[in-house]
Write a protein that binds this ligand. Structure first.
Ligand SMILES: O=C[C@H](O)COP(=O)(O)O
Length: 331
């Protein structure tokens, strides 16, 4: 695996690039059925990744700032309130204390987006007014995605009308488990259409798909149907983002790009709460897909508690001391 050295995330150089959207391609069942996943090889490779030193110490702070810049700062709880969402948005605008950012030369750093339930979209949009931080909504009956289909489509439309510019949808796991790729493709294509100009992230809920081969095939079908991003998990499954799943999904992204020329984004989400894990993910993306995928239009972390740990590590980098966890209540 590569060692992370320099990264281009600096306050005045925050990336503004935007990839052309994935308009999708017709469902190619031959291709889907030909996709395999060598589970033991993938697991063996994934197991070697965390043990390696993925980032040189001198560059660690810069890479942690990069992780913040590609983070969908998330709250997805049944007890979410407008006040909690406003505090989350304040944190997205100022993820780390101004003094610390000044010392790191990272003034102006923000998170990549804020991610909330549909009901909280309006509050988040208002709270982020005047910034370029997008609001992502988990729509389509998140997290199970088992509400009537027309209501899931309606929820997407309402989230977009409320100001969400990114929609995280959940797929119907049963279509994957039944091998009904046509149904998955049709569902995904219809959801993308309902998004209009809003970008769509397809949550596969990989912990419920049974096999890595299913993960690879579902990734491909969602890309064929026009997903702008494929995302691992809702954060509510028993097993959420893992390194083997990540390898499987990013290799599907690479295969799709090689065959069609189209770049699709990747969002690992669920259970990523440690700065050192974030660095492993970034190194893996750099290794398998290259630097272009380290920009917020092609990579996001979905995380509700990762920011707190990154903040602590940055503080340690600057002051040599760790602050208490309770000093980082949100994120
Ligand atoms: O989409 C984001 C996930 O729900 C966040 O999961 P987490 O709370 O385990 O970080």
């Amino acid at each position: 695996m590569q060692t992370l050295t320099k990264t281009s995330t600096t306050a005045d150089q925050l990336p503004q690039v935007h990839e052309q959207r994935n308009d999708g391609i017709p469902l190619d069942l031959e291709w889907v059925k030909a996709v395999q996943a060598n589970t033991s090889a993938i697991e063996r490779r994934a197991a070697t990744l965390p043990g390696r030193r993925s980032v040189k110490k001198d560059y660690q702070a810069a890479w942690l700032c990069k992780a913040i810049s590609v983070m969908d700062l998330t709250t997805l709880s049944g007890d979410d309130t407008q006040d909690r969402v406003k505090r989350l948005c304040a944190k997205a605008k100022q993820p780390v204390s101004p003094a610390l950012l000044a010392q790191l030369g990272m003034e102006g750093l923000t998170t990549g987006a804020v991610c909330v339930y549909h009901d909280m979209v309006e509050t988040a949009v208002k709270a982020l007014d005047g910034t370029s931080i997008p609001v992502a909504a988990v729509s389509t009956g998140f997290p199970a995605g088992l509400s009537p289909f027309h209501l899931r489509i309606q929820e997407i439309r309402e989230s977009v009308d409320a100001g969400a510019s990114e929609i995280d949808i959940v797929i119907s796991r049963r279509h994957v488990l039944n091998g009904n790729w046509q149904a998955l493709y049709d569902e995904m294509a219809e959801m993308r259409e309902a998004c209009g100009d809003a970008h769509i992230k397809a949550i596969l809920a990989t912990g419920e798909l049974g096999t890595l081969r299913n993960v690879a095939r579902a990734s491909l079908v969602c890309m064929m149907a026009g997903a702008d991003f494929i995302k691992t998990s809702t954060g509510k499954e028993t097993v959420n983002a893992t390194l083997p799943v990540t390898l499987t999904m990013i290799r599907a992204i690479r295969a799709y790009q090689e065959r069609t020329g189209i770049k699709v984004g990747y969002k690992p989400a669920g259970g990523i709460s440690k700065a050192k894990d974030a660095l492993v993910y970034l190194a893996m993306i750099k290794d398998e897909l290259g630097d272009r995928w380290l920009q917020p239009d092609l990579f996001r972390f979905g995380a509700s508690s990762l920011l707190g740990d990154i903040e602590r590590q940055l503080e340690h980098h600057v002051t040599g001391a760790y602050s208490a966890q309770h000093r980082h209540p949100i994120g």
